[in-house]
Design a protein around this ligand. Structure first.
Ligand SMILES: Cc1cc2nc3c(=O)[nH]c(=O)nc-3n(C[C@H](O)[C@H](O)[C@H](O)COP(=O)(O)OP(=O)(O)OC[C@H]3O[C@@H](n4cnc5c(N)ncnc54)[C@H](O)[C@@H]3O)c2cc1C
Ligand SMILES: Cc1cc2nc3c(=O)[nH]c(=O)nc-3n(C[C@H](O)[C@H](O)[C@H](O)COP(=O)(O)O)c2cc1C
Length: 657
């Protein structure tokens, strides 16, 4: 790596390296800069990040947000408090200043404000076109918020020009239908953003770094990257900005803002690179999307695309990424799997941001892994089950200096993830279990494969602590969550299988298949994708009223549907359905909201139901060991985030005990 660790100046502020974290909502305490938020950023500062942008700060009560409310002077003391902690750690902090326009509600319940009355995909109500008086009020509010950044001791600020928020709504001909001086020509559509920057610059003075984050629209009729590049050119030529931060897309094509595992590393680059290339003499900051290593980031700088590179989710997953890489331990960096489950989906639902592979996000002050110290009295720990829950437990117990044995029945570590990764586009799940595996061997865990154990085998090891992570078993009994009493008939036929049977290759599917989704998430989608990719015609029947609703905010639904509709197998979706009967070659389904029975062809039937937890071993050890815990699917089948979190916490409990 040649360039990534070189310092760089944004206006007068020297940044220690080229690594930055673009703004991202955490929602720890909506509206506030909490101690939790300070600890979250401090953790990443300690690792060596050069620059971090604080999440969206609303400039005015006409735009509520789950980020920071910066519309009055009370925020100044919060900024000061944050900078007192972060400044000594060497990371620079800029605030992204923002108004959501039509995308976010007001704080007082009226219609959102926008350029025109054009709704965006998440609006429940059309916004109200802003009056000139309101435009003036918002321009002034940006100026005031920038002043608060300076007075609070921040190092700089970034005005959000992209992602479909207020300034973008004015920039885009799709959302700006005004006929006054704020609509029509690009010059007019830029007027709001330009006026804001002029006031911000006049307020903060020439030395305080001010930049923009900008994105194109990737939707018919929207503003494209070339037009955004022209915006950059004009703002630079007027001396209004000190840097440009290029990203991609808006709420009209949300999956492209937050690329999930189905998109390649750098999927944002085509747009982002076009826009930052317009800057002739400014530092170019870029969000390539899904960058996970400093080597990749370094390459983007080396090839001249940008001067600084953002890694957001990679450093949600591993706050210590920079330090580990710098110390030559890059292989120890915990990989982001771009599942978007713990971070994006949680944030979209209004919860604090989490992370599937990092269970202690938001708990940095008390649970950072860097705080784990060797146990005064190392314990003899037995972990049963080498899936993600068991490996996490073993990893943390070994990190705490315990003597750990991990017993796994099968010849491989990884558990159900080894099956899931056989589905198209789920291979990144395996990046995490591969990493866990490497870590537990590095930490000296005694791994025993091909070792199925019962209580007596565990007790023969004379353990002080046992963590049971034996997972669950697929259930094919025909009991469906929507009508537990209406058990499907014919489910004992040999062509009725689980997703595990299907993906592990234990069965050969016929020409047609029914996938019955009782869970509403990735597992049934994985089975359907596997079948369609292999040329099987699939009927996807679900008790829910939409396709995989629990997966929707992970940005993985539309790409999956697109692939399913593309074939080669045919795909049909039936919502609010109950399976009545399986016969050879066909099934009867009934609508949950009607009487009609429909018969669909199905040479193979894949039932995706809640699995049965394998808790017997845990129960059999009751009262026989000093410390006993259960984690993951063995406790109650769920998902990776729960499995990893419970495995992690089970091991932390040994220290506590
Ligand atoms: C097709 C599919 C797709 C999925 N996609 C996703 C996804 O996109 N996102 C997500 O979050 N989750 C996904 N999951 C779910 C996820 O894989 C599981 O929630 C997770 O693997 C549970 O981890 P675990 O460690 O608790 O159990 P498991 O992974 O089941 O591991 C349990 C381990 O214990 C071993 N074991 C059992 N009994 C014994 C014994 N007595 N002695 C020794 N060893 C024993 C087993 O061999 C196994 O290796 C998917 C699952 C499937 C099937
Ligand atoms: C949970 C979450 C919240 C985000 N909030 C913001 C935000 O407040 N402002 C913004 O400009 N981008 C936001 N983003 C987008 C990120 O800045 C970044 O562009 C995106 O995560 C892609 O980069 P990555 O692949 O390195 O994660 C958010 C991303 C995530 C994951």
């Amino acid at each position: 790596m040649q360039r990534i660790f070189e310092p760089i100046k944004l206006n007068t502020v020297e940044i220690r390296n080229r690594i930055f974290r673009a703004a991202h909502g955490t929602h720890f305490i909506p509206g506030k800069i909490s101690d939790q938020l300070i600890a979250y950023h401090a953790e990443r500062a300690k690792s060596g990040v050069g620059l971090s942008f604080l999440e969206i700060a609303s400039v005015h009560p006409s735009s509520m947000c789950m980020g920071i409310h910066a519309w009055d002077d009370s925020i100044i003391a919060d900024y000061e408090r944050m900078m007192k902690t972060i400044r000594p750690l060497g990371m620079k902090v800029f605030q992204q200043i923002w108004h959501g326009g039509s995308v976010y509600p007001t704080t007082y319940g009226g219609a959102s404000w926008s350029a025109s009355d054009v709704a965006t995909p998440f609006s429940t109500r059309r916004p109200r076109p802003m009056t000139k008086g309101e435009i003036e009020e918002i321009i002034a509010a940006y100026g005031e918020t920038a002043r608060r950044c300076v007075e609070g001791g921040l190092d700089g600020c970034e005005v959000q020009f992209g992602h479909g928020y207020l300034i973008h709504q004015f920039l885009s001909p799709l959302t700006n239908h005004r006929t006054d001086e704020y609509g029509g020509s690009l010059e007019n559509r830029m007027r709001l953003g330009r006026s804001i920057l002029r006031l911000v610059r006049a307020t903060v003075g020439p030395d305080f770094p001010v930049g923009i984050r900008i994105s194109d629209e990737l939707t018919p009729g929207g503003i494209n990257a070339e037009e955004c590049a022209e915006v950059v050119r004009q703002l630079e030529s007027e001396g209004l900005i000190d840097f440009v931060n290029g990203a991609q897309s808006t709420y009209f094509a949300l999956e492209n803002i937050l690329p999930a595992m189905d998109k390649p590393m750098g999927s944002l680059l085509p747009s982002a690179a076009t826009m930052v290339a317009a800057a002739s003499n400014l530092p170019r900051l870029i969000t390539p999307g899904r960058v996970r290593t400093l080597e990749e980031a370094d390459q983007i700088i080396r090839d001249g695309t940008a001067d600084m590179v953002s890694m957001v989710r990679a450093m949600i997953a591993d706050p210590d990424l920079v330090r580990k890489t710098r110390e030559g331990r890059a292989e120890q960096v915990r990989p982001c799997i771009s599942c978007n489950q713990g971070c994006v989906a949680a944030a979209a639902a209004g919860y604090p941001v989490g992370c599937t592979v990092n269970p202690v996000i938001g708990m940095e002050a008390t649970h950072s892994e860097t705080l784990i110290t060797p146990a005064a009295k190392p314990q003899r720990v037995v972990v049963v089950g080498g899936g993600p829950a068991g490996m996490e437990a073993a990893r943390i117990a070994a990190t705490a200096g315990h003597r750990v044995t991990l017993m796994e029945a099968s010849p491989n570590l990884g558990g159900l993830v080894n099956v899931a990764t056989r589905a198209p586009n789920l291979y990144t799940l395996g990046d995490y279990t591969t990493w866990q595996q490497a870590e537990i061997y590095r930490l000296g865990v005694d791994v025993r494969l091909n070792t199925y154990v019962e209580a007596d085998d565990v007790l023969a090891e004379t353990p002080d602590a046992v963590i049971v992570a034996t997972g669950g078993l697929p259930r094919l009994d025909g009991i469906q969550t929507a009508r537990p009493g209406a058990v499907a008939r014919g489910v004992d036929k040999p062509h009725v299988v689980s997703s595990v049977d299907l993906l592990s290759g234990a069965v050969t599917p016929g020409k047609s298949a029914l996938v019955l989704d009782d869970l509403g998430h990735y597992e049934a989608v994985a089975a359907a994708e596997f079948l369609v990719a292999n040329g099987v015609d699939v009927t996807f029947a679900t008790r829910f009223s939409s396709f995989a609703p629990s997966m929707e905010m992970t940005m993985r639904n539309d790409p999956a549907l697109r692939r399913l509709l593309k074939g080669p197998g045919k795909f049909q979706l039936m919502t609010r359905m109950l399976l009545l009967e399986v016969r050879d070659g066909e099934c009867d389904l009934q609508s949950l909201v009607g009487e009609a029975v429909e018969t669909v062809p199905a040479d193979t039937v894949v039932l995706v139901m809640t699995r049965d937890a394998l808790r017997d071993l845990y129960n059999d050890l009751d009262g026989k060991v000093a410390y006993r815990a259960i984690a993951g699917d063995a406790e109650s089948p769920g998902d990776l985030q729960l499995a990893i979190r419970e495995g992690h916490m089970a091991a932390r409990g040994i220290n506590a005990g």
